[in-house]
Design a protein around this ligand. Structure first.
Ligand code: 2HA
Ligand code: ZN
Length: 274
């Protein structure tokens, strides 16, 4: 029975809280950033009549693999700053249509809005993550400041970049043992950038977009947020370390290997020299 108030649904409240945190951290200026969160149909049915499609919105790529799946997503052009006060305008609940060529709006985008311009990257990334981790629910993109800055000053080699991150904070290897994926600079919003991102998402939950931002994935909003937060912290430390000057010592590869063993995570093959 769709008799509960959607504005009190945990997934709507979590989206409001998460976008607000991300805005306050300076990761989502203006309309920067976007989130998609795969929802459980039975849970949504407590709040919405799933046969009531408000609008059909075409999408510029093939979403057939996700047909019937329901997501809550941020809106194209909407500001993270405003989600907390205008969830019904800034967020939408969509279902991928049977043909995969459009989405059915079930709630939200109340002033005629449409899903994030990065929907191709999001949905393709969901397909990739679900193929390796059936628990994955969230794909999150933002313009985390220090990470973005680091794409100007650090070589964009995945192994080198990952090793630097692991060395900046002891937590990093534990949180992302598989490392950080990096795609070339590409035009945002395109199927091409979606393809490149989702290819990386098969082996990484963190993907950097040079001179733009970062993608993170996880089983819930906390996990995706925490992943980006940890990488962003490492990039912040990198910024301080560079500003302070000469590096006198760091975490050694032997120490990183010991960390992996202690926390029962496997550092990506070939990334440590031990
Ligand atoms: O939605 O962040 O990458 C605005 C963006 C595009
Ligand atoms: Zn962006």
């Amino acid at each position: 029975m769709a008799n509960l108030n959607i504005l009190e649904a945990p997934f709507v409240l979590e989206m409001m809280e998460t976008t607000n945190n991300m805005y306050r951290l300076g990761w989502d200026e203006r309309n920067g950033g976007n989130i998609s969160y795969l929802l459980d149909e039975a849970l949504v049915a407590n709040y919405l009549d799933l046969s009531n499609v408000l609008r059909e919105i075409p999408i510029p790529f093939d979403g057939l693999e996700l047909a019937g799946k329901i997501f809550i997503v941020t809106g194209s052009g909407e500001y993270f700053k405003n989600v907390i006060n205008n969830p019904e305008r800034c967020l939408g609940i969509i279902r991928i249509s049977e043909t995969g060529k459009s989405v059915e709006l079930l709630w939200g985008f109340s002033t005629g809005g449409v899903p994030t311009s990065e929907l191709p990257s999001h949905l393709m990334s969901h397909i990739s993550r679900l193929s390796v981790d059936p628990e994955n629910r969230v794909v999150m993109h933002c313009h985390a400041s220090h990470l973005l800055a680091m794409t100007f000053t650090h070589p964009l080699d995945e192994r080198a970049f990952t090793r630097t991150m692991w060395q900046m904070c002891t937590e990093c290897l534990v949180v992302f043992p598989e490392g950080v994926g990096i795609i070339p600079w590409l035009v945002p919003g395109t199927t091409e950038i979606g393809q490149a991102t989702s290819n990386k998402m098969k082996e990484n939950r963190l993907v950097l977009w040079p001179h733009h931002g970062v993608y993170g994935a996880g089983k819930d909003l906390d996990e995706a947020f925490g992943l980006i937060e940890t990488a962003e912290k490492a990039a912040q430390i990198f910024t301080y370390v560079r500003a302070q000057g000469e590096i006198l010592q760091t975490i050694t590869d032997e120490q990183l290997a010991a960390l992996g063993e202690a926390f029962k995570v496997t550092p990506r093959e070939g990334y440590l020299e031990v």
